[in-house]
Structures are given as structure tokens and as C-alpha cells.
Design a binder for this molecule. Structure first.
Ligand code: AQP
Length: 339
């Protein structure tokens, strides 16, 4: 069996803490556009969640799984068009991940910068799951023979590893073109949203400071307050991209505005050049509230009926399994398992 479909998209988010503006602009907003152009599957990666922040917190993983599902739908994913499911309901992910653990080389994983960042100074205390996280991610993608993966900049290295695993498997088992080499889809000014407190740090769910991010569950006042408090510099707003040098906070806020407004950064800069941050922040807050509040309200409505969310996840998993199961059975035969 080789790839019969032309283009297939797989992407996912971890159910840990609460989704934020970076997850929305870097991933979800692009998914919504893609679902009309290609076959898409959207996963809630609960098995990834227990590699780190979700470990030992079963109630939190279960709650966040439903909340991420609600965010996908509230953000514009149509579950009738694109299956939404949680990873743990489709065992083929874990089965292929084991086989890929035997394909991937230690040297490849040693180069993964996200593991270094997340494990910090105490590498020996990190879970083995956190270390092999990119291998499970490769399985998530290739178990559907996905060809395109919309991600933020931070996931680019993991996707390169996925391509290396696909290539090595195809070579070692003499099955050229068996797995496609999936392409990252990284588009627009929202591909790397930075912390509101430090323009050099990625906006992240696990940042200790809640003021560093805008959560998709924040109300209008909280959003406005966080933007008002966002770190800036004493200069007026820059007129062109050359003036971003040494001004990461200005660059971040202008990129956020452009991504939310669906406008080129240049056009946004032309409008605000030379103005003070205080006025710009007011406009940014209004824009963020107008775009995010409807999503937050819809998430709240969906979260009020957890049984319906569970039903949607089960239906999505059934559709996803129908694609993944034959592929993983095929792979098992290729590697020599008697199945
Ligand atoms: N700051 C960001 N800017 C743009 N895109 C981002 N993504 C995450 N942060 C940003 C994209 O969101 C998708 C889902 O990410 P994830 O849930 O798998 O977790 P993550 O990348 O590890 O996100 P966080 O917030 O940084 O979580 P923690 O703090 O737990 O590590 C991915 O497509 C990612 O690129």
C-alpha cells in the first residue's frame, strides 16, 4: 500500500493548561482555512500531555482534552468535515510509535532543542516519554500518511525528524515512497507569537506568568488588561521592518495585530508608524476582544455539555481509526510481525 490520497493534513495540540493566542494564531486559525482546501484530521494529543505537564493529573488531562476539543470547534473546525479525536482512542498511534522508536536514532533525538528547553538543567529527571515525544509525533502524522502539517515555527525541527524517520523506514524496508515526507505549513505573522512580558520568549502555556499570554478562556477585561500591561519600549512605533532591530516587543505586538486582522504587517506598520504604544494597545485590545470573545463564549457553551464533546471525540476516533488501522497493520507486516 502506498499513498493513494494526494494531500492530507494532520495536526494537534496538547491538552495541558489552557490554549492561548499563540496556539490560535500559529495553528488553529490556519487549520480553519485548510479544512476547506484539503482532507484534514485534528487530534487532541493526550498521550503527549502525560510526558510532562499532565503527568499525574488525570482530572486535568480529561478536562483539558474536552476544553481543547471545544476550542477547535469554537475556533471554526467543523467536526462533520474533519474528524476531531483524542490520540489515546486510536491505538494505532502508540503501535506505530513503538516501531518508529526502533527506526529513529539516539543521535537524532539528542539534537531536539525542545527537549533541551523543557528538561532544563535536570535532564536525568525528565520522563523517557518527553525524550521520545518527537517519535510519537512522527507516528501521529505518518499513521495517516499525512502530507501536510500546519505548525508554528517551534515545531519545525520535530517535523524534520518525522521526515527523517519516514525516509529511513522507506529505505531500510526497501519500500520507496511508502511514507510521504510531510511538509510543514508555516504561514503568516502568527507563526511565532512571543510572550507579552518578554519579546524573546515564545508565548507558552507553561510560562509561570499568566500575564505573559492571552488565554482563549480570558474575558474581555482580562485581555485588555494584559495588553495594556504588555512590555514595550520607550520609542514610538516603528515605520518599517528594519526598525524592529532590538525591539522584539514592538515586533511581537505588531505581528499579533496583523495576524488577528488578517493584514500584512507592512500595512499595519504604515497605519501606526510614529504613534505612541498607549493608543496602539487600545486598538489592539479592541481587535483581540472582537476576534476572541465569540470563540470564548462558544467554548463555554460547548463545555457545558461534556457528554456531547465525548460523543464527538468517539465519532472522530472511529473515522480516524478507519484510516490508521489498515496502515499500521500493513507496517506490521512490512517489519515482519505475524499479524
Ligand atoms: N507561541 C506560539 N506561537 C505560534 N504557534 C504556537 N504554537 C504553540 N505556541 C505557539 C503552536 O500551537 C500548536 C499546539 O502546540 P502544543 O499544544 O502541542 O504545545 P506547545 O507547542 O508545546 O505549546 P506551548 O504553549 O508552548 O505549551 P507548553 O508550554 O506546554 O510547551 C503547535 O502547532 C505549535 O506550533
Amino acid at each position: 500500500m502506498t499513498t493513494s490520497h494526494k494531500q492530507r493534513v494532520l495536526s494537534g495540540m496538547q491538552p495541558t493548561n489552557t490554549l492561548h493566542l499563540g496556539n490560535y494564531l500559529g495553528a488553529l486559525k490556519n487549520w480553519v482555512k485548510m479544512q476547506n482546501e484539503m482532507e484534514c484530521l485534528f487530534c487532541v494529543v493526550d498521550m503527549h500531555a502525560i510526558t510532562d505537564a499532565g503527568y499525574g493529573k488525570p482530572d486535568e488531562v480529561a478536562r483539558a482534552t474536552r476544553e481543547v476539543t471545544a476550542a477547535y470547534i469554537a475556533g471554526g473546525i467543523d467536526p462533520r468535515k474533519s474528524p476531531i479525536f483524542n490520540q489515546a482512542r486510536v491505538p494505532a498511534h502508540a503501535e506505530l510509535a513503538w516501531i518508529f522508536n526502533c527506526v529513529a536514532r539516539l543521535g537524532w533525538l539528542d539534537r531536539m532543542t525542545q527537549f533541551k528547553e523543557k528538561s532544563g538543567k535536570h535532564k536525568e529527571r525528565a520522563s523517557v516519554g518527553l525524550y521520545t515525544y518527537p517519535v510519537l509525533m512522527a507516528a501521529d502524522i505518518l499513521v495517516y500518511k499525512a502530507t501536510h502539517v500546519p505548525v508554528g515555527e517551534d515545531q519545525k525541527q520535530h517535523l524534520e525528524l518525522t521526515r527523517d524517520i519516514a525516509q529511513k523506514f522507506n529505505n531500510d524496508y526497501a519500500k520507496p515512497d511508502y511514507f510521504p515526507l510531510p511538509e510543514p505549513v508555516i504561514t503568516g505573522p502568527g507563526t511565532r507569537v512571543m510572550s507579552l512580558r518578554d519579546g524573546l520568549k515564545k508565548m507558552s502555556k507553561s510560562d509561570e506568568s499568566d500575564n505573559s499570554r492571552i488565554n482563549l478562556t480570558d474575558d474581555a477585561d482580562t485581555i485588555a488588561q494584559k495588553i495594556r500591561k504588555a512590555k514595550t519600549d520607550p520609542h514610538p512605533l516603528p515605520a518599517n521592518e528594519n526598525e524592529f532591530k532590538g525591539r522584539p516587543e514592538a515586533e511581537n505586538l505588531l505581528n499579533i495585530y496583523a495576524a488577528l486582522a488578517d493584514e500584512p504587517v507592512k500595512a499595519v506598520m504604515a497605519r501606526f508608524a510614529g504613534q505612541q504604544f498607549s493608543g496602539f494597545k487600545g486598538e489592539l485590545a479592541d481587535l483581540a476582544v472582537s476576534k476572541l470573545s465569540p470563540i470564548t463564549a462558544e467554548m463555554r457553551r460547548l463545555m457545558a455539555d461534556p457528554a456531547e464533546i465525548d460523543r464527538l471525540l468517539a465519532a472522530g476516533a472511529e473515522k480516524a481509526s478507519a484510516i490508521a488501522e489498515p496502515i499500521v497493520q500493513d507496517v506490521k507486516r512490512i517489519v515482519g510481525f505475524a499479524v
